[in-house]
Design a protein around this ligand. Structure first.
Ligand code: AMP
Ligand code: MG
Length: 400
């Protein structure tokens, strides 16, 4: 049986990033850059004041208590009326350009103002309270690299570079098909023996969270015909995800369809707990991941295998979940034949991170995901990780 890493590498190697599209900057949040951003300008573009105060020459202020005549004032948004004359000061506001000749700004709190003169109460040093041209970004600097995720700071930097349009990778359309005669969508009647299709909702949400476009195709009955019919409706998808119907049961037909006709299947089992049944192949020319049906296994398998595929389509550089090491507040049990992903709650304990299991860990206990924020990994063969030992944790929430 292949490992998590082997399965992930196989899946990711079959995915090609989508083409770029040109987006208005205000549409680019959550997208990945498809170009390097090199600055065409200095930021700030000119020396400007970091304080409200007085622009001076330091040689005119050799000691505290010097009185200087004030030539004029520069509000933010205005230009200096001329160079700073010798033995004089210019009143200046935060963000206004420093007048030629000035080499420091004395903040207002360090002065006494007398109308058209000012007494300087400190000894200014060169460049005090001056934001120098190019101190943030220089012309020619590589500011953001292809593959960078555009969040608020990046969007802000792009705005300061006056980039109104930006090239980003397109978003993949991810078809989602639930399977199972026993599962029902929220708008269907829940007759006896049926359960809600929680996987439909959690998968749609995960896809959306990544910034991809979910195409929900409903629930396929446990027949080859119905599943084929659903796959036929996924023709505009970049990736197909199914949930359930992928293990050893008589009615588990996902693998049957994945191996018929021109379709192909590369593997259908991964050494991981929970979630061993996991099929990967190509259906009607589209990469397809058959996720297991148990709700926790569905989400874990999504995070381990579908998430990297979607992020690769989107042009991201990092495809795996963020990892940290944390100290166990209680012992956790593993499995001899597979690495086990235990849902945990990661938090700060004094100077370090610690992690506690969420409680019962059955693969159907979806509330264990809702309570948790990470997977604690018990390596294969370790029967137990003791309280006080460190566990590798993969964080599955964007904030925690
Ligand atoms: P399967 O692999 O199809 O046998 O599914 C494994 C378990 O997951 C069964 O208990 C199913 O009822 C459950 N399951 C399958 N699909 C879903 C779904 N969409 N939502 C919630 N549970 C599901
Ligand atoms: Mg089923």
């Amino acid at each position: 049986m292949i490992t998590v890493e082997q399965a992930r590498e196989t899946i990711v190697s079959r995915i090609t990033p989508l083409p770029a599209e040109k987006l208005a900057l205000d549409q680019a949040l959550g997208r990945y850059l498809a170009e390097d951003i090199v600055s065409g300008m200095d930021i700030p573009p000119w020396d400007n004041s970091a304080m409200d105060g007085y622009a001076v020459r330091i040689q005119d202020v050799p000691r505290e208590g010097v009185r200087l005549d004030v030539s004029y004032e520069i509000p933010a948004g205005s230009l200096p009326q001329g160079p700073l004359g010798e033995g004089r000061a210019v009143k200046i506001m935060t963000g206004a350009p420093v007048p030629p000749g000035a080499d420091a700004v004395v903040k207002r709190e360090d002065t006494e103002e007398y109308g058209d003169s000012v007494v300087i109460r400190t000894l200014p040093r060169k460049h005090d309270n001056i934001r120098l041209a190019g101190e943030d970004i220089r012309t020619g600097d590589l500011i953001l690299e292809e593959g960078a995720l555009l969040e608020a700071p990046e969007i802000g930097v792009l705005a300061s570079l006056r980039r109104r349009m930006v090239f980003c990778r397109q978003r993949p359309v991810v078809a989602i098909i639930a399977t199972g005669d026993e599962v029902a969508d929220l708008d269907e009647e829940l007759t006896e023996g049926k359960i809600p299709s929680s996987n439909s909702s959690s998968l749609i949400s995960r896809v959306r969270q990544l910034g991809a476009i979910p195409l929900y195709l409903g629930i396929a009955k446990d027949t080859v015909e119905d599943l084929r019919d659903k796959f036929a409706r996924a023709s505009r998808a970049d990736l197909i995800l199914t949930s359930g119907g992928v293990s050893m049961g008589d009615y588990d037909v996902v693998r049957d369809v994945m191996t018929e006709g021109g379709n192909s299947m590369e593997f259908w089992k991964v050494r991981v707990k929970p979630g061993r049944p996991l099929a990967f192949g190509v259906i009607n020319g589209i990469p397809a991941i058959g996720l297991p049906g148990n709700p926790v296994s569905t989400m874990l398998s999504f995070d381990l295998f579908a998430r990297p595929a979607i992020l690769k389509f989107m042009g991201a550089r990092t495809l795996t979940l963020p990892k940290v090491r944390a100290r166990l507040t209680e012992g956790i049990r593993g499995s001899s034949d597979r690495p086990q992903y235990v849902r945990g709650i990661l938090k700060r304990c004094g100077d370090e991170l610690c992690v506690s299991p969420t409680g019962p860990q059955g693969s159907g206990i979806l509330s264990s995901m809702a309570r948790g924020n990470c997977y604690m990994i018990v390596p294969q063969g370790s029967k137990i990780l003791e309280k006080g030992e460190y566990a590798e944790c993969e964080i599955f929430r964007s904030s925690w």
